[in-house]
Write a protein that binds this ligand. Structure first.
Ligand code: DGL
Length: 279
């Protein structure tokens, strides 16, 4: 996939933020298009997972953490590579930062355009499924479709385990996504929105365990393109930044060895920690 893309020389520092490993699926899309960018990957490991947190807890967490990260890392663009966070607090994060912020929202529009049956599935965290923002996207872009939603914390857990090389049985993936297709009308679903950045990590496993063939759509590519669009023009190459890849965790990396290992496989080999509890 990556080799088919034409990459461009763009310089600057982009911070890609998620609760855990999911945002790596967005970071790799950015890196594939602009390999010279310095990328900082942040996993909010101290607050993972986001999917089952209350709206208030996440609203209280995200703006100060984003601010602390921007102060510490000085990126040119801040990418919230997380549907659960973006659909809740994109505006709040934008309000405390003075750099471009790119959010990640469910790819409902392309799914609606693509569906032949007019029935779309949406796999996400429970948080994303209940958001007014998600309902509004459906109202705006998929009014003529039937959109069936399934929120699963388990799929996020399975994605992290599978990405880290754990022996997850296919049966676990089948069972975790089954409620989407077993609900009335679920047999008509032909297009499924992967509305959690963790899920492209397990696209193969999901595809292997659907009850009937469907097309999976995610937002990774669109976010990468938007990131390059808002990246300030004219940033120049600085020797020790170019192509740099650093991962920052918000808790002790020793407690997150799987996460560190997966980040390393995605090219993020230097690990740093930031204490966000005082912010
Ligand atoms: N990767 C995140 C998303 O896109 C959520 C994972 C979590 O529950 O922390 O929604």
């Amino acid at each position: 996939m990556m080799s088919a893309l034409s990459s461009v020389s763009r310089y600057g520092r982009v911070l890609v933020f998620d609760s855990g490993m999911g945002g790596l699926t967005v970071a790799r899309e950015v890196a594939a298009r602009a390999p010279e960018l310095e990328l900082i990957y942040v996993a909010d490991s101290g607050f993972f997972p986001y999917g089952d947190k209350s709206d208030d807890a996440l609203r209280g967490r995200l703006p100060p953490v984003a601010k602390a990260l921007v102060e510490a890392c000085r990126p040119d663009v801040f990418v919230i590579a997380c549907n659960t966070a973006s659909t809740l607090a994109l505006d709040e994060v934008r309000a405390v930062l003075d750099i471009p912020v790119v959010g990640t929202v469910p790819a409902i529009k392309p799914a609606a355009e693509r569906s032949q049956t007019g029935t779309i599935g949406l796999l996400a965290t429970p948080g994303t499924v209940r958001r007014a923002y998600t309902a509004e996207l459906i109202r705006r872009f998929a009014l003529s479709c039937r959109v069936m939603l399934h929120g699963s914390v388990e799929l996020v857990r399975l994605a992290e385990e599978q990405a880290a090389g754990g022996a997850v049985s296919l049966e676990a993936f089948r069972a975790a996504q089954a409620p989407l297709y077993e609900a009335e009308g679920g047999d008509q679903i032909d297009t499924v929105v992967l509305a959690c950045t963790h899920f492209p990590l397990i696209r193969g496993e999901l595809a292997a365990t659907v009850p009937h063939p469907v097309t999976f759509i995610d937002s990774g590519e669109a976010i990468a393109r938007q990131t390059l669009r808002v990246l300030p023009a004219g940033l120049t190459q600085t020797e020790n930044q170019t192509g740099g890849r650093t991962v920052w965790l918000t808790s002790d990396p020793k407690a997150h060895l799987r996460l560190v290992e997966v980040c390393r496989r995605f090219g993020f080999r230097t690990v740093r920690t930031i204490d966000v509890t005082n912010n």
